[in-house]
Design a protein around this ligand. Structure first.
Ligand SMILES: [Zn+2]
Length: 333
């Protein structure tokens, strides 16, 4: 609810900002109007979500692990998602998750046991190996693949270099990974392992715990988000990013990294714009409360939604880096 209130305030702030637009250059106004429109859309979706039932009200998701490989010649995504969920009914015998059927589910397992499943246009239903009692934990592995369609994950390029990024708010997660895609059921933690070509970096949520050279021309980025997170804010962005880190010193002895992944051709501009985030973190932390993910990081990953930005948890995705939009997305955090 606190999140929702902040969200509302942020939307109102943007709208208010647009109302005082006379002194603002035209290009900035256009960007602002685009953002205001997208904010209004996502806010309406969020309101709808309250009345929209979750695909499966009988489970409470605790954990996801995404272990996926993304190729761009050809464009393809394949991988495994592990979900740990607790039954909230006395005799759970099936689970329904969200996934567009443009993605193919190959198999579903509990341990070594293969489970029966059936795909519908936007969901798939798994028949469990037995019934699970109220409060009982079930761990399910889903093997899947395909070319995501829709806005959830986009295959793009910059200057001829492949560039892949997500935009999952409000219901785009199901475009590219199987999950209970509803903002009211946050997982307690998520691991996001993404394998890409060796010349790429992958930005995502939480802490970067490992970068593995697989010795075959690919690299695996392993991110760990240990704060609760909704599926719409699970994100990735990958290309040949340039990176730099600034530090937010939040006590005399503690600092948090602000990690930025930007297109190499935009590095000079980004190094002027993005470090302003440190002052914003200090001001917002003083005025409201300490930045909520301080044990992990904050940061930015550039994506191809020009004139837009999305407050992906601990790593905002941005299509432009004006000061006001950086402050806006930080406020969402
Ligand atoms: Zn916003």
């Amino acid at each position: 609810m606190k999140t929702l209130l902040l969200f509302t305030l942020a939307v109102l702030c943007t709208v208010a900002g647009a109302a005082f637009g006379q002194a603002v250059p035209q290009s900035m106004m256009t960007e602002k109007e685009a953002l205001v429109k997208s904010e209004a859309r996502s806010y309406a979706s969020l309101m709808n979500a309250k009345s929209k039932p979750a695909s499966d009200p009988n489970i409470d998701v605790k954990y996801y692990k995404l272990n996926i490989t993304i190729t761009t010649a050809p464009n393809y995504l394949r991988g495994t998602v592990t979900m740990k969920a607790v039954s909230s009914v006395s005799n759970l015998s099936s689970v329904t998750l969200d996934l567009m059927n443009t993605m193919i589910v190959d198999s579903v397992k509990v341990g070594a046991t293969r489970l029966a499943f059936s795909q519908q246009p936007t969901t798939f239903t798994i028949t469990l190996n037995r019934t699970y009692g109220n409060g009982e934990l079930v761990t399910i592995d889903i093997y899947y693949r395909g070319v995501p369609v829709g806005d959830g994950l986009r295959f793009s390029s910059h200057g001829g270099v492949p560039w892949v990024y997500t935009f999952s708010q409000p219901y785009g997660a199901r475009d590219w990974w199987p999950c209970k895609d509803h903002p009211l059921d946050k997982a307690d933690s998520v691991d996001i392992w993404v394998t890409v070509g060796i010349s790429n970096k992958v930005g995502s949520n939480g802490k970067l715990v490992a970068v593995i050279d697989n010795g075959n021309g690919t690299t695996t980025y392993k991110w760990a988000e240990r704060y609760p997170i909704s599926t719409e804010l699970v994100s990735l962005a990958t290309t040949n990013y340039a990176e730099f880190t600034n530090w937010f010193k939040y006590t005399p002895t503690d600092s948090m990294p602000v990690l930025n992944y930007v297109l190499p051709e935009h590095l000079a501009t980004a190094q002027i714009d993005l470090p302003k985030t440190i002052d914003m973190l200090r001001i917002f932390s003083d005025k409201y409360s300490l930045y909520p993910f301080v044990m992990e990081k904050y940061g930015h990953a550039e994506f191809g939604w020009t004139g837009s930005a999305l407050e992906n948890q601990t790593m905002t995705s941005f299509g432009f880096s004006e000061e006001w939009v950086l402050a806006h997305e930080l406020a969402h955090q």
